[in-house]
Design a protein around this ligand. Structure first.
Ligand code: SAH
Ligand code: SF4
Ligand code: F3S
Length: 439
C-alpha cells in the first residue's frame, strides 16, 4: 500500500535502559527530519521498540501490532524495532501484513530512508549489526532534562546459556572516549545533572587498555554534571580501577547493579557465568571496602534447568550474605535459540512460582531494611518528576531510592532533604534547602 510519508511518530520502548536510550535517539532522529512527536493513538508512524528477554515476548508484540488498528479501520505505518525485530527478522513481515518496517537495534539510523521506501508500499528490513555505525550517523543529542542515559558500550560476548542478548545485540563493542565525552557535554549543556552510562556489559568498556573508570573520571571533570551512574555490570569485569573510582570520584553515586543470577556454583557453571558465588561475594567485599555505604543491586533467575531445592537455597544464602538494597528477580524462561532452552530437567512452573516468592520475600525484607536505615539522614535529592499529590515532587537519593517531597521546588533541582519515613519502595522527606548546587 502506498501512503503519504508520515508526518508524526510515536516510539514505544520496552525492556532495558539501552532500549530506552535507543528510543530517545530514534525520536531525536525523526524530530530532526521535521516529524512531530504524537500520541500512540494519533501518530502516523508507530515504532514498537521491543525486548526479547521475557516469556512470550514475540507474541506480545504481535498483539500490540493488532491493537494499532484504529476505529476507522486504518492503521498507522508500523515499524518493529529492538530485540524482537533482530531475533525474529523477516518472520515478522511473513506473519503479519500490518508491519511495514523491521529494524534491528544497530540499524535504526537508517529509519528515514526506510520510512520513505515504506511510504512507496515496500516492506523494508534492516537487521545488519554493523557495530557502532549508527552513532556517527545520528543527529546530535537534543534531549533535555535533569537525568540522561548515555550508551557507551553495546553487545555482549558472555553467552550466558539462558540469554538472547548476544544474539540480538551482537558482540561487545565500545564507543570511543571522544564521542562519549562529547555527547556527555552536550547533554549537560542541555540541562542534564545526572548521566547514567549504559551498556549490556558497561564495565567491559575499554579503549587502548583503559577501562570504564577512565570515562567516569572524564565525566567527573565536566562542570555542571553532578551525578554519574553506570549499568549493567558483569562481575568478571569489575576491575580494581573501577572499584577505586568508587572510593575517590565524588560524583560517582554509591550504587552498584551487579547481577549474580544464582548462588550455587553448579548452576552458575551451567549458566556459563564464569564466576562462583564466593568470587562474587569477594568482589562485593572489595567494593564495600572502597565505598562502605554502597547500595547493592542484583538480578536473579530462579528455576534454571536442573536447579534443585538445595541449589535454590544456596541463592537465598548468597542474598543473606550480600545484603541487597534492591534487586530484580525472574522465573527462568526458555529463550528460543539459547543452549539452556533445550537442556534437560526444565523446572515446573509451580516450583518456580514458589521459589520466586520466597526469594522476593527475602529481597523485599532487605530492601525495606535498607530504606529504613536511611531514616533521619539529611541527603541530596535530584528532583525528576511531579508526583500524584498537589505540589509533590519525586526524585532520587544518591542510593537510587525514590524520595517524595511536597515542596515549592522545581523539577531538575538538587534539593536537600531530611528523610522522615520509609516504605519498601520509596522514602518521604521534608525540604531543608532548595537547589543546593545552583551555580
Ligand atoms: N547484561 C545484563 C542484562 C541482561 S538482561 C546482565 O548480564 O546482567 C537482564 C536480566 O534478565 C538478566 O540479568 C537476567 O537476570 C534476566 N534474564 C535474562 N535472560 C533470562 C531468561 N532466559 N529467563 C529469565 N531471566 C532472564
Ligand atoms: Fe545476557 Fe549474560 Fe550477556 Fe548479561 S552477561 S547480557 S545475562 S549473556
Ligand atoms: Fe530486552 Fe534487548 Fe534489552 S532483549 S533487555 S531490549 S538488550
Amino acid at each position: 500500500m502506498t501512503r503519504p510519508a508520515p508526518k508524526s511518530f510515536h516510539v514505544k520502548s520496552f525492556g532495558c535502559q539501552m532500549n530506552v536510550y535507543d528510543g530517545e535517539r530514534m525520536a531525536e532522529l525523526l524530530g530532526a527530519q521535521g516529524m512531530a512527536a504524537a500520541s500512540e493513538a494519533d501518530a502516523e508512524l508507530v515504532i514498537l521498540n521491543t525486548c526479547h528477554i521475557r516469556e512470550k515476548a514475540a507474541e506480545k508484540v504481535y498483539s500490540d501490532i493488532g491493537r494499532q488498528r484504529r476505529e476507522d479501520g486504518t492503521r498507522p505505518m508500523i515499524a518493529v524495532a529492538g530485540c524482537v525485530a533482530q531475533a525474529e527478522g523477516t518472520e515478522v513481515t511473513a506473519r503479519t501484513k500490518d508491519v511495514d518496517i523491521v529494524v534491528g537495534p544497530q540499524a535504526y539510523h537508517e529509519l528515514p530512508q526506510m520510512i520513505a521506501r515504506a511510504a512507496k508500499g515496500e516492506r523494508v528490513h534492516d537487521l545488519d549489526l554493523p557495530g557502532l555505525d549508527k552513532f556517527s550517523k545520528l543527529p546530535a543529542r537534543r534531549k533535555t532534562g535533569p537525568t540522561a542515559f548515555l550508551t557507551v558500550q553495546e553487545g555482549c560476548d558472555k553467552f550466558c546459556t539462558y540469554c538472547v542478548v548476544p544474539y540480538t545485540r551482537g558482540g561487545e563493542i565500545s564507543r570511543s572516549y571522544a564521542a562519549i565525552v562529547d555527547e556527555a557535554k552536550s547533554l549537560v549543556d542541555a540541562g542534564a545533572k545526572e548521566i547514567t552510562l549504559l551498556g549490556q556489559n558497561v564495565n567491559a568498556w575499554e579503549e587502548d587498555g583503559k577501562g570504564l573508570e577512565h570515562l567516569i573520571r572524564a565525566l567527573d571533570a565536566i562542570s555542571g554534571l553532578q551525578r554519574i551512574r553506570y549499568t549493567t555490570s558483569h562481575p568478571n569485569d569489575m576491575t580494581d580501577g573501577l572499584i577505586r573510582a568508587h572510593a575517590d570520584v565524588e560524583k560517582l553515586m554509591p550504587f552498584l547493579h551487579l547481577p549474580v543470577q544464582s548462588g550455587n556454583d553448579r548452576v552458575l557453571k551451567a549458566m556459563n557465568r564464569k564466576h562462583t558465588a564466593d568470587s562474587y561475594l569477594k568482589i562485593i567485599d572489595r567494593v564495600r571496602a572502597a565505598r562502605p555505604d554502597i547500595a547493592l543491586s542484583g538480578d536473579f533467575i530462579v528455576g534454571f534447568p536442573g536447579e534443585t531445592e538445595a541449589e535454590f537455597e544456596d541463592t537465598l544464602r548468597l542474598i543473606e550474605a550480600a545484603n541487597y538494597a534492591m534487586a530484580f528477580s525472574f522465573k527462568y524462561s526458555p529463550r528460543p535459540g539459547t543452549p539452556a532452552a533445550t537442556m534437560d530437567a526444565q523446572i515446573a512452573p509451580e516450583v518456580m512460582d514458589d521459589r520466586l516468592q520466597r526469594l522476593q520475600g527475602l529481597l523485599n525484607t532487605q530492601q525495606l531494611a535498607f530504606n529504613q536505615a536511611s531514616l533521619g539522614k539529611r541527603i541530596q535529592v535530584l528532583l525528576e518528576r511531579k508526583g500524584k499529590l498537589d505540589g509533590q515532587k519525586i526524585g532520587k537519593s544518591p542510593w537510587l531510592q525514590s524520595v517524595h517531597i511536597i515542596a515549592d521546588a522545581q523539577i531538575g533541582d538538587m534539593v536537600e532533604v531530611d528523610l522522615v519515613s520509609a516504605g519498601p519502595n520509596s522514602l518521604a522527606g521534608t525540604l531543608v534547602s532548595k537547589d543546593v548546587n545552583a551555580a
